[in-house]
Design a protein around this ligand. Structure first.
Ligand SMILES: C[S@@+](CC[C@H](N)C(=O)[O-])C[C@H]1O[C@@H](n2cnc3c(N)ncnc32)[C@H](O)[C@@H]1O
Length: 306
């Protein structure tokens, strides 16, 4: 059972994210980071959401529930017949992300080069093209290099804001990075570092470093911290509903934000429990064995005193 309260503790929630999301209140989050699994939607079936609140003044763009939206979906399906399932999986969750962002809020959607272009069109429809803020390229240099094409060493993060006239973005708060040629700028500038652009060179989580949790798809906290710093304020609520090892939670702790991290995998929740337990309440999914225990405890409590 989700126990989110605006003045309550940060939460780690185990379970199907759509079920948890539907219990969270509108506009509760300043920032959402999502790193969904690649095409696992094939195994997932989601209940379609059929309504979404439109913002004032956004009329005139393609309505998601309208005929043009359906046509657009059919066109997408024709391009890639493996896509509709992933689309069906992601779409209701992105609609929830839109609902849950406050009016200053920002979504960071982290995808690989095969999915990102479809997702861009989907987000344009859900958020509106005017709400597209950035395409961030995370570039790294690790692992084998194929000789059959350009070796792929980047991932893409789409950035959408809830309201292009009200969104929060504070570049002063962002971790700066070293100049590539520090000799070309003043010593003061070199010492301060430069503001990151939309191309982020950042190492992957080191297989031997302290940050490594053992969770296979863990992303570097340095990446997610930048997003949190730029797009929320201390004390704000931030959300990740494909949370894995809880990287967003770790970035929130470092920057004094409150967080909700949701994942359906018990293994992910184990990792988050040890990584974030001093900073959040952990709510496990009820499984058959825990239900049995709960019934036993209940029976014991109700047993008449002898
Ligand atoms: C790519 S990983 C996220 C990794 C994370 N960014 C990190 O740094 O550790 C995607 C996560 O989504 C979770 N997931 C997939 N489908 C889900 C669903 N329907 N509800 C909740 N979690 C889901 C998986 O268990 C997995 O942990």
């Amino acid at each position: 059972m989700t126990t989110f309260a605006v003045d309550g503790p940060s939460l780690v929630l185990e379970g199907e994210n759509l079920e948890h999301l539907r219990r969270l209140p509108d506009g509760a989050f300043a920032m959402i980071y999502l790193d969904p699994p690649f095409n696992t939607g094939r195994a997932q079936r989601a209940v379609r959401t059929t309504t979404v609140r439109r913002q004032e003044g956004t009329g005139g763009r393609v309505g998601f529930a309208g005929r043009s939206y359906d046509t657009f979906r059919e066109l997408l399906a024709q391009y890639d017949d493996s896509f509709p399932d992933y689309w069906e999986f992601l779409e209701p969750r992105l609609l929830e992300a839109w609902r849950l962002l406050d009016e200053t809020g920002t979504l960071y959607l982290h995808l690989d080069y095969r999915e990102v272009h479809y997702a861009k069109v989907m987000c344009d429809v859900i958020f509106g093209r005017d709400s597209f803020l950035n395409e961030i390229i995370w570039a790294y240099d690790y692992g084998a290099r194929t000789r059959k094409r350009w070796p792929t060493k980047h991932e893409t993060i789409l950035v959408y804001v809830k309201d292009p006239s009200k969104y929060h973005f504070d570049s002063e708060e962002v971790d700066r990075e070293p100049y590539m040629a520090p000799g070309l700028v003043t010593p003061e500038k070199a010492a301060r570092g430069k503001l990151p652009t939309d191309v982020w060179w950042h190492t992957i989580v080191s297989p031997t470093g302290r940050e490594k949790t053992g969770y296979p798809t863990q992303k570097p906290v340095g990446l997610v911290r930048r997003m949190v710093q730029a797009s929320s304020r201390p004390g704000d609520w931030v959300l990740d509903f494909f949370a894995g090892s809880g990287t967003l939670g770790a970035a929130a702790v470092e920057t004094d934000r409150r967080f909700v991290c949701i994942d359906s995998s018990a293994e992910a929740v184990d990792v988050m429990a040890s990584r974030l337990e001093e900073h959040a309440e952990v709510h496990r999914a009820l499984r058959e064995d825990t239900v049995a225990d709960a019934v036993l405890v209940g029976d014991e409590r109700e047993a008449p005193a002898s």
